[in-house]
Design a protein around this ligand. Structure first.
Ligand code: BDR
Ligand code: CA
Length: 312
């Protein structure tokens, strides 16, 4: 299995990514690292521990950045509720976070397993940027970073910027400038993977099987809460399940179409700050620094996700 670190801000879709990774023998989760983002760091850390408690996993959790490098902190209670995981009933955490900072855990694991560790960040990139700045030697030793964030076209927090990118544009630019092989799941890709009622129903039904766990019920509850915001705001049939696409990419890359291009993050502080400028037509003539996901086989993704959640 491929060793991975899940770095995120759970968050409904981050939590589903944690579940998908734990259900998948293709990946070995070395640890879950948390950052501020959808809600504050204390809550995202609590939510990571809660998600692991749901499946009885003893994966260590490392809390990281409680704020961005330079800009003021944002949060997204409007999308994820006050707890960051509003909706279904969730178990209390059974364990505590480790004492080590998330960025130091990333450094430790990458150095211990040169060229093997893949990072799956699904929130602001602050922890990853801190690790790269504290230990520049790790950049050539990271196998790959598969990030949910940015957008080839429009944003979802400002007209130009996607939430994770906007939360810490400077951190994102550090990562895009690091030379680490990078895959970007921007909104142009994740908006192709809407959790419609027809896709939620089989997930809920997982819990109806004899002897089955509550995972199906809980994930359906998470997706329904997430859907509500997107129905009201955008008139969509459900919410886009952004973050679990990162883990799905490692398991079934054939579900996705990508194109290599040069991406630069706007850190100007102006109206387009946080925008990931994707040079689709190579207008800058610069060497590509990311594989940007363009197409998603959404049906294939939901079939995979449902089958995997059924294993938990
Ligand atoms: C991203 O922002 C968060 O609200 C989600 O968890 C996802 O990572 C989408 O813009
Ligand atoms: Ca997230």
């Amino acid at each position: 299995p491929r060793p991975v670190i899940l770095d995120g801000d759970p968050g409904h879709d981050d939590a589903v990514n944690i579940l998908l990774a734990h259900a998948s023998p293709e990946v070995q989760v070395l640890g879950v690292t948390t950052t501020f983002g959808n809600v504050g760091l204390d809550r995202t850390t609590h939510n990571a521990l809660t998600t692991l408690a749901l499946i009885g996993a003893s994966t260590p959790v490392y809390a990281g950045a409680d704020r961005p490098l330079l800009v003021p902190r944002l949060s997204a209670e409007s999308v994820h509720g006050q707890t960051g995981l509003d909706g279904p009933l969730l178990p209390a955490p059974t364990r505590q976070a480790e004492a080590l900072h998330a960025a130091l855990f990333i450094i430790q694991e990458v150095r211990a397993r040169p060229n093997q560790v893949t990072l799956l960040p699904t929130g602001p990139l602050t922890n990853v940027a801190l690790a790269l700045r504290l230990a520049p030697d790790i950049a050539p030793l990271i196998r790959q970073i598969v990030w949910m964030g940015g957008s080839l076209d429009v944003g979802n927090w400002t007209p130009a910027a996607e939430f994770n990118a906007l939360c810490d544009p400077h951190a994102a630019q550090i990562v895009f400038g690091s030379g680490v092989p990078l895959v970007m799941f921007g909104l142009n890709a994740t908006h192709q993977a809407i959790a419609t009622p027809e896709r939620i129903a089989p997930i809920r039904a997982l819990s109806g099987r004899t002897g089955a766990s509550a995972v199906g019920e809980v994930v359906a509850g998470l997706l329904e809460f997430f859907a509500e915001h997107h129905r009201e705001r955008y008139g969509w049939e459900g919410g886009p399940l952004h973050d679990p696409l990162t883990c799905a990419y490692l398991i079934a890359p054939e579900l996705f179409g990508t194109q290599a291009m040069y991406v630069e993050v706007d850190t100007s502080g102006g109206p387009s700050s946080g925008r990931t400028n994707c040079d689709l037509w190579n207008l800058t003539g610069r060497k590509p620094n990311a594989e940007v996901v363009l197409s998603v086989d959404a049906g294939g993704f939901y079939t995979l996700l449902t089958e995997r959640l059924g294993r938990l």
